[in-house]
Design a protein around this ligand. Structure first.
Ligand SMILES: Cc1cc2nc3c(=O)[nH]c(=O)nc-3n(C[C@H](O)[C@H](O)[C@H](O)COP(=O)(O)OP(=O)(O)OC[C@H]3O[C@@H](n4cnc5c(N)ncnc54)[C@H](O)[C@@H]3O)c2cc1C
Length: 564
């Protein structure tokens, strides 16, 4: 075996979205030397840079607000499943993070000299700040990248895919990675590790995120001995772009259009239909994501969908001047795609967008594995069964900052010993070349997994579809083999796909099995064969992996608030 590249650092942060970058900044501020690793380009690989809309925080500059109102709305949307200490942390620390981002130059949109905010569904007042012309995520990423660039205590390593965490004597002591462009194996020894790898929406064929969102962090955490909670709660964004073809634009960009301009949701017969499903929108934007997903899906299933199987979204009531005033350069980009909103509706349909479940974490972002912290979307519980619009970037900022602080505190300890045996299994996989290597077409397998998850574990599930999905996953496991496909020592997509598939299979199984167990409908988890919410299901499902076997247990919801 080629000798791995050995790196040692106080704090390793895995993932450079908002959570990872904020964690790196905070850990270095508290005196730690940090390595920030990402399988993509630093600060450009995950969901953060794609997010174009809003960030929820009770800053109350325009309309009086308080974090307790934000918390009340978050808990209501979470349908009784929020981990209240995490939800409180998210809401209470949010204004401070927003103001720090402002000092760092993010450029939140302003009106009359103060930061302006918009109202998103489920929030009881204007609370969602933004950077104008749907530029919020790129501005957040750029701001954090700029702060890091001035900081010599943060080393950055892009193209570094973390394959497994290292566990020595029950503690996390680093990670095994491979460098994507050279295939070189890498061992990173650390005093503390922050997992900030984002979500899992790549498990679904139609998703809003980047290819790096295959749920690596959930699989890494499970294999290291941490637990996951609420894995059945995948959020589908109701109005993901469907048609006509749209190149180079965010598929969920219609949300900010709706914030500003209302917009009418119409079925294939050009009728408004949401009143059939409990809410008359009347051209406004009031429907929460789970209800809108339900309304559009059911309308299409009833044969009243738009030509591509979704709904129409129309801004034809707006003048060209109104559209330009609201979205300036975005209107030109739409025109390049042949879309003139004054003359035509677009088609939209639900799309996998965000994951409420994830790694079980305490208020200081500790996981059950000492030395391992989690931050951002990879953390489960803060948003319960359904996330409010704008809460995800907030969660990334708030939890990232908290995780960085906790990791830096642990990094005051001495460097733990990493023995060769602790890295052997992961290095064997990274370096494997020889008999028994998977011959599978790994890209095709990923496509099959995504198709099975979309068809059978989508926004609406039944026992029959979930059992069929488990059978599909079993068949895929048999096909993909237990030794990596492709070449070591080179850039090889087959090898990367094999490692991705390894994680996607594990994570898909947790989502599907938890969805099968939960015989009720709650928030984003909708069981058509169990349409009601059941009081006995006001509980988390906790997933652990021991000796290769997934175990799922029920756990009461943490109701205990933090002292503030
Ligand atoms: C199109 C879109 C629009 C959105 N709009 C909004 C919005 O307006 N408001 C809002 O609040 N939320 C929004 N969200 C959700 C929000 O953007 C995310 O929840 C949030 O940015 C997640 O931040 P994060 O730092 O946890 O993860 P990410 O930003 O996703 O970053 C994770 C990073 O981890 C890296 N990574 C993953 N696996 C590995 C590995 N094995 N090794 C090394 N690196 C790895 C990835 O490359 C990536 O760079 C949107 C999401 C999408 C996809």
């Amino acid at each position: 075996m080629a000798a791995p590249i050995a790196i040692s650092t106080d704090v390793l942060v895995i993932g450079s979205g908002a959570a990872g970058m904020y964690a790196a900044i905070e850990a270095s501020r508290d005196g730690a030397q940090v390595l920030l690793a990402d399988r993509s380009l630093i600060g450009r690989g995950g969901a953060t840079i794609m997010a174009q809309m809003t960030v929820a925080a009770a800053i109350g500059e325009e309309t009086p607000d308080d974090w307790q109102h934000h918390l009340a709305n978050t808990l209501a949307a979470g349908r009784g499943l929020c981990d209240e200490k995490l939800a409180q942390l998210l809401c209470e620390d949010a204004p401070d993070c927003i103001r720090e981002m402002e000092r760092w130059g993010v450029g939140w949109a302003r009106k009359d000299g103060h930061i302006t905010a918009t109202t998103a569904p489920g929030h009881d007042r204007p609370r969602c700040v933004y950077v104008d012309f749907i530029n919020t995520g790129p501005a957040v990423s750029k701001t954090l990248r700029t702060v890091m660039a001035r900081n010599p205590a943060i080393r950055k390593a892009g193209d570094l895919c973390i394959v497994d965490l290292i566990v020595s004597g029950g503690e996390c002591t680093g990670a095994v990675a491979y460098h994507l462009s050279s295939g070189a194996p890498v061992v990173i020894a650390t005093k503390a590790t922050v997992l900030a790898t984002g979500g899992l929406t790549r498990l679904y064929a139609r998703n809003s995120a980047s290819v790096n969102m295959g749920g690596d962090g959930y699989a890494l955490a499970l294999r290291a001995g941490a637990s996951l909670i609420d894995m059945e709660f995948v959020q589908f964004f109701p109005i993901g772009h469907l048609a006509p073809r749209l190149v180079g634009m965010d598929p969920i960009m219609w949300d900010p259009f709706r914030y500003k301009l209302g917009g009418r949701l119409l079925n294939g017969r050009m009728e408004e239909f949401t009143s059939r499903y409990g809410s008359d929108e009347d051209g406004k934007y009031v429907l929460t994501r789970d209800l809108a997903t339900y309304a559009i899906t059911k309308e299409a299933e009833a044969g009243r969908g738009s030509p591509h199987g979704g709904a129409y979204l129309s801004f034809e009531h707006c003048t060209a001047a109104q559209l330009r005033a609201a979205f300036g350069p975005v209107i030109d980009r739409l025109a390049e795609n042949g879309i003139d909103l004054t003359k035509m509706p677009v088609e939209v349909a639900p799309i996998a967008h965000y994951h409420m479940g994830g790694v079980k974490a305490g208020a200081d972002m500790t996981t059950e594995v000492p030395g391992l912290y989690a931050a951002g979307e990879v953390v489960g519980g803060a948003n319960g069964a359904n996330r409010l619009s704008g809460n995800a970037i907030t969660e990334a900022l708030v939890f990232g900052r908290r995780a960085g602080r906790s990791a830096a505190a642990r990094a005051k300890n001495s460097m733990p010993e990493v023995r060769a045996g602790d890295t052997e299994a992961a290095l064997d996989l990274v370096d494997y070349q020889g008999p028994g290597a998977s011959q599978a077409n790994t890209a095709a397998l990923i496509g099959q997994l995504q198709a099975a998850m979309s068809k059978d574990v989508g926004a609406f599930r039944t026992e029959a579809t979930l059992r069929r999905a488990l059978a599909s996953l079993d068949a895929l496991i048999a096909d993909y083999g237990d030794r990596p496909a492709g070449e070591r020592g080179n850039f090889d997509m087959r090898r990367l796909d094999w490692f991705d598939m390894r994680n996607m299979l594990t994570v898909s199984r947790t989502v599907t099995q938890c969805a099968l167990n939960r015989t009720e409908s709650r928030g984003a988890h909708q069981r058509e064969d169990h349409p009601q919410m059941q009081p006995q299901w006001q509980a988390h499902q906790r997933v652990t992996l021991r000796d290769g076997k997934l175990t799922i247990t029920s756990e009461p919801v943490a109701k205990q608030a933090l002292a503030s």
